[in-house]
Design a protein around this ligand. Structure first.
Ligand code: FAD
Ligand code: SF4
Length: 352
């Protein structure tokens, strides 16, 4: 499949990138109707954008390459606590960061599961956050989509997954966003009006087509990890068909902080488990957005984690998951694996 023709723009600074986006965007505020194609697309590592362009899902006139902007790279610990990560930082750099694995292990674990080492060398954290939603009826060649009939997400007005409805249910399949949700991360968005910080949980709309709150004249520049989320034990588990090079079909992130040793009883296996001081659970690849599991933290906080409690949290996560036939494997199996992985991840994060 060949790439459509486009003009490549290579800004050297964030300001230049914003100026180019504004110049090549429809309308003065960059707004557009849901599903409408924009004349310019941002490329970071290109590991998702290029295959999508080959499938003619995007045929922009301009592609804005962020790779010439040094300010967008790197992991910078904040002297007052916390850290910021440039949007162009590769997933490989995140996976290998000693600082992140010591203070924010759920993020390094999630990054290490993305695709394969080669794709993690190219793929960036900004691209993973902004990743397009996926569906078996959408991530196909133009000829395939033409043959089967276009749908709401591109060029059509019906949904093959939920016929009769007007909503697109394409699924968000990034691995790091659930980890970032557990860490209460914020992102910085640069636009012609200046920069603003947005909690990541407010970035996703829950719609499969218009899935993120980002106008075509805006870009994600940084990710902020708060000091208050440092030191949580973290576990990420994902379901995929192959052991590597595969998007998640269900994914669970858990970040958990225990009270200091001595405030709880041991669990008999030498780990000395304390009560849970705080916990967060998030899921991915089973809804059009990555989601924090509401009520999971409250369920765990103040408790000693055992099998029964971990199973109850697993039930809650499974209720939050709404998988449909957008992906390989049945929705029932994917929901069940959310339950199982959540239970296992909670037990592992609690030291069992
Ligand atoms: C075979 C294969 C397997 C894969 N497996 C996984 C997997 O297991 N888990 C997973 O999470 N992903 C997977 N991916 C997808 C992809 O590799 C990763 O999500 C990667 O992190 C995307 O980053 P990128 O820099 O390459 O994004 P790009 O492809 O450059 O961009 C992705 C999207 O984000 C937008 N974008 C990128 N950066 C910015 C920015 N700073 N501001 C605004 N918009 C931006 C682009 O316009 C585009 O819409 C897989 C891809 C392939 C080809
Ligand atoms: S969920 Fe429906 S509208 Fe969305 S991409 Fe799949 S088939 Fe198309």
């Amino acid at each position: 499949m060949s790439l459509p023709q486009f003009k490549l723009l290579r800004p050297r600074s964030i300001e230049e990138a914003v100026e180019l986006l504004a110049r090549h965007t429809n309308g003065t505020d960059g707004s557009r109707a849901s599903g409408q194609q924009t004349p310019i697309r941002i490329i970071a590592g290109g590991t998702d954008l290029i295959p999508s362009m080959r499938q003619k899902l995007f045929e922009p006139e301009y592609v804005l390459d962020l790779r010439g902007i040094p300010a967008l790279r790197g992991i910078r610990p904040d002297p007052t606590g916390g850290a910021e990560i440039g949007a162009l930082t590769s997933l490989r750099t995140i996976e290998r960061s000693e600082f992140l694995s010591r203070h924010y292990p759920v993020l390094t674990q999630a990054a290490a599961t993305v695709a394969s080492p080669v794709l993690r060398n190219m793929g960036t954290i900004g691209g993973n956050i902004c990743l397009d939603t996926r569906c078996l009826w959408y991530n196909q060649s133009l000829a395939w989509r033409k043959g089967c009939g276009f749908c709401i997400k591109k060029d059509g007005d019906l949904c093959h997954v939920a016929p009769g409805g007007k909503k697109c249910w394409a699924v968000f399949s990034g691995d790091t966003p659930p980890a970032l949700l557990c860490l209460q991360a914020e992102i910085e968005i640069a636009s012609p009006a200046g920069s603003r910080r947005v909690p990541l949980r407010d970035f996703y709309t829950g719609l499969g087509d218009d899935y993120r709150v980002l106008q075509p004249n805006e870009l994600v520049t940084r990710v902020f990890l708060p000091a208050s989320s440092a030191g949580y034990s973290g576990v990420y588990r994902k379901l995929r068909v192959r052991g590597s090079i595969d998007y998640p079909l269900a994914g669970v992130a858990v970040a958990l902080k225990r009270s200091p040793k001595g405030s709880g009883t041991g669990n008999g296996n030498g780990h000395g488990v304390g009560h849970v001081a705080d916990a967060r659970v998030a899921i991915t690849a089973v809804n059009p957005a990555p989601l924090l599991v509401k009520g999971a933290g409250e369920m765990l906080t103040g408790q000693l984690v055992d099998e029964a409690l971990a199973e109850t949290v697993g039930d809650l996560a499974a209720k939050t998951a709404k998988p449909l036939t957008t992906s390989a494997l049945t929705p029932e199996y994917r929901r069940e694996m959310i339950r199982v992985f959540t239970k296992r991840a909670v037990l592992a994060a609690a030291g069992h």
